[in-house]
Design a protein around this ligand. Structure first.
Ligand SMILES: [Zn+2]
Length: 219
């Protein structure tokens, strides 16, 4: 038991870099980490830090890091390794989303099929740090053809592809297999959205506070 715990601790200490963000003292795996620090081969393109999203304006400041719970980052590493064997990789379109961004997104869309109402019972999985919006890239980091663009809130974005492009079908199939390999669940209405199955463990965090240098624990 102790050996198992130690093994996990060592694995996590290797995996998890010095966290730039934290929410007080939290159990192992619950802290927030930057995806690019955990696996630099995962590409990051946070659409809500640019005008290139459904609202046509940035919802986060430029340079906002892509953050998830450490346990979710571990899952993403498993997914990335799976994809690398197929000469592909992940690109992250969104990860942890602060409440202010969720509110703006809801105001812009007002469509509960695609965006979680901030006043809803469960809220957004992005506020818990357990959801990611992702797509596939090839070895050179180029986007692979997928059913739709990000934030295409139409039936074309359903998790079950109904188009007839075999390349798109095969890419979506690979993404879904890879994410399932990491233990993620998909969402019926958005092919790009995936969530960790143990999301209930993680409360919503309206805003993450940056911790100062001197508060960062040494590993
Ligand atoms: Zn999402």
């Amino acid at each position: 038991m102790i050996a198992r715990f130690l093994k996990r601790s060592i694995a996590l200490s290797l995996l998890v870099p010095v966290a730039a963000f934290a929410i007080e003292a939290v159990p192992l795996g619950d802290e927030f980490v930057e995806i690019k620090n955990v696996d630099p081969s995962i590409l990051i393109d946070l659409r809500y830090s640019t005008p290139n999203n459904v609202t046509h304006r940035p919802l986060y400041p430029p340079g906002t890091p892509a953050l998830v719970r450490a346990s979710v980052a571990e899952r993403l590493v498993r997914v990335q390794k799976y994809l690398q064997k197929k000469k592909c990789g992940l690109k992250i379109w969104d990860a942890y989303r602060p409440a202010s961004a969720q509110h703006q997104l809801w105001q812009a869309t007002q469509n509960g099929s695609y965006v979680a109402d901030p006043k809803g019972a469960r809220g957004s999985m992005h506020l818990r740090g357990v959801a990611v919006d992702v797509t596939l890239v090839d070895e050179a980091g180029r986007d692979l053809p997928m059913p739709t663009e990000f934030d295409n809130f139409t039936p074309a974005a359903l998790i079950n592809y109904h188009g007839n492009d075999p390349m798109v079908r095969s890419n979506l199939n690979l993404l879904q297999k890879a994410m399932a390999h990491g233990g993620f669940y998909g969402l019926r209405t958005e092919w790009w959205h995936f969530c960790a199955p143990d999301w209930k463990r993680y409360p919503q965090v309206p805003e993450l506070k940056t911790v100062t240098e001197r508060n960062i624990p040494a590993l």
